[in-house]
Design a protein around this ligand. Structure first.
Ligand code: CTP
Ligand code: MG
Length: 227
């Protein structure tokens, strides 16, 4: 069995909207619903656990039921950061699930094929997807270039990421013991010394973070008109 965890417990400080950004509309549906629908299309996915801000748990349950989002197994209260939200959702993944796919609620442009590709690449434990950095990378301080960073081998990381349930559990437990906080799940597995595979993600796999990102996402979501 394969389960998915969708961390949707953030408040969207960089978006600056009144409602957390995962509830803002993209076309007809909230971003969260669009993401869950895309994720649910992946073959071999048996259930999805969603972590949302605690005050939004009940309303989100109603929203997902009314939107008939398939495969939602549970909606749980998230934590203070992404890592804690994933950990809380992981408590609700059944032990019979051998695989767990973790995917950000604010990346609605994934495809079923990408989810399946990452899951397949995790055969030896863990996998993430990403894109090789194309541009020249510089470290900047106080408006001036401090250094040019060697680009070779640098990738920008996306989600979905996939792990065996046991490995993801062990990685989170160790991070908690060590007081380590990471911005994705792969880094927690890397800290165990376990290899995480990297496979190509999608150029359109935008993480909706700022109002500008939302405008971009909405322009992509519009049905394209002929000139
Ligand atoms: N997330 C979460 N629990 C948190 C914080 C973040 O589940 N306590 C989720 C977000 O809802 C999002 C994903 O992790 O789906 C990626 O986080 P990010 O884009 O940083 O979202 P926010 O934390 O909401 O935004 P910001 O950092 O601007 O406040
Ligand atoms: Mg954040």
């Amino acid at each position: 069995m394969t389960y998915a965890i969708v961390p949707a417990g953030g408040l969207g400080a960089r978006m600056g909207s009144r409602r957390p950004k995962q509830y803002l509309r993209l076309g007809r549906a909230p971003i969260l619903v669009a993401t869950l629908r895309a994720l649910a299309r992946a073959r071999g996915l048996d259930g999805i656990v969603v972590a949302v801000p605690e005050p939004h748990v009940e309303a989100t349950r109603r929203l997902l039921a009314a939107s008939r989002v398939p495969k939602v197994a549970a909606v749980v209260a998230g934590g203070v950061d992404r890592q804690e939200s994933v950990w809380r959702a992981l408590q609700r993944v059944p032990e019979s699930a051998r695989w767990v796919v973790v995917h950000d609620a604010v990346r609605p442009f994934i495809t079923a094929a990408l989810v399946e590709r990452v899951r397949a690449a995790a055969a030896h434990g863990g996998a993430t997807c990403g894109m090789p950095v194309r541009e020249t990378v510089k470290r900047v301080k106080d408006g001036a270039v401090e250094a040019t960073v060697e680009r070779v081998g640098l990738w920008l990381t996306q989600t979905p990421q996939a792990f065996t349930r046991a490995l993801l559990w062990e990685a989170h437990e160790k991070a908690r013991r060590d007081g380590f906080s990471g911005t994705d799940d792969a880094v927690l597995v890397e800290r165990l010394g376990t290899t995480v595979a990297m496979v190509p993600g999608l150029p359109q796999n935008l993480k909706i973070t700022t109002p500008e990102d939302l405008r971009t996402a909405r322009s992509w979501a519009k049905p394209h008109r002929r000139a």
